[in-house]
Design a protein around this ligand. Structure first.
Ligand code: KDG
Length: 316
């Protein structure tokens, strides 16, 4: 049985060797990325049994990502390599402050061959939680129906559902993003979102109004990610706040939110209390930003717990 299953498009991510405008970057490192895939890696490293539903190209990059996933211990039984569809790619441009721009090449994503009929019902029967994000539906309109079908299967078999809106306006427009994600909200248990995303979804900057809205949708936990300003959790009519980790040297912020999500899912599935979950999730986010790459900084459970419990590791 998988603890967590997720569905999404992974990519070969080219990370620049130098900061600054991409037209002046001459060399890149070949890595892997993809919002849902990063969460799967994070969960697997923490020891959760994790399954990933996807399609990759039947090409060298597809084989690389497939083997990478297997190496991380992710269950790839629902991943197929498809002929005629190149594995998705993105190039990153990293600015001096660690922020970045992304350039996608994923119009003919292999996940176009994954539709609502290709979801394996048995896979959902055997899982505890479905994690979805707003990236996969934004890659192609067809994926909107695929995710909706996944939500229906998750409901049928009583899985908890977590959603990170992960709104990428390079991939879809605000209106479609809002309409799609709000429709799904009715079935979501855990919402993990940034403040800008909540503003876009609910049309207000007022936190009390966000809480009012999620109550209408019967979301039980609202996690509010604020990056260097920490995070909040609203649940059971209480609002918890946790400052961000101190002394974090952020060099690449991409993937921080996915790390946060993996920490939250681990805490929730282990029935931790609100404050501990927030602290742990912040730790995971901070560990991601200290390393270049979308998922390289995601820790193994022992390392994350050492930070949580402030246990010093012996280095030499
Ligand atoms: O959350 C990080 C991801 O977004 C990144 O790994 C790749 O840009 C990406 C995407 O669209 O999935």
């Amino acid at each position: 049985m998988n603890d967590v299953i997720t569905i999404g498009d992974a990519m070969i991510t080219f990370d620049p060797d130098t900061t600054g405008p991409m037209r002046f970057v001459n060399s890149f490192k070949r890595k892997v990325g993809g919002a849902e895939f990063n969460v799967a890696i994070g969960c697997a490293r923490l020891g959760l049994k994790t399954g990933w539903i996807s399609r990759l190209g039947q090409d060298e990059f597809g084989r690389y990502i497939y083997n990478f996933a297997r190496g991380e211990g992710i269950d790839v039984s629902e991943v197929e390599l498809m002929n005629g569809y190149p594995t998705s790619i993105n190039f990153k441009e990293i600015n001096g402050d660690g922020s970045s721009n992304t350039f996608y090449y994923r119009e003919k994503s292999p996940t176009l061959t994954l539709d609502s009929n290709s979801l394996n019902e048995e896979y959902f029967k055997e899982a505890r939680l479905l994690h979805i994000t707003g990236v996969f539906p934004a890659v192609n309109n067809q994926n909107i129906n695929t995710v909706y079908e996944a939500i229906k299967l998750a409901k049928k078999y009583n899985l908890k559902i977590s959603m990170d809106p992960n709104i990428r306006l390079k991939l879809w427009d605000e209106k479609l993003a809002r309409q799609t994600l709000l429709r799904w909200m009715e079935d979501i248990d855990y919402l993990l979102a940034g403040t800008d995303e909540l503003e876009l979804l609910f049309g207000t900057e007022d936190i009390d109004k966000w809480i009012g809205k999620v109550k209408e949708y019967s979301v039980s936990h609202l996690f509010i990610k604020q990056g260097e300003n920490g995070a909040m959790l609203w649940t059971d009519n209480n609002l918890y706040e946790q400052p961000s980790e101190e002394n974090v040297n952020a060099i690449d912020t991409v993937g921080a939110g996915d790390g946060f999500d993996a920490g939250v899912l681990y805490g929730l599935l282990n029935h931790w209390g609100a404050e501990k979950i927030l602290k742990f999730a912040n730790i995971l986010g901070s560990m991601v930003v200290e390393v270049v790459g979308d998922n390289e900084g995601l820790p193994y459970l022992e390392d994350a717990l050492n930070r949580l419990e402030e246990i010093k590791t012996i280095e030499r």
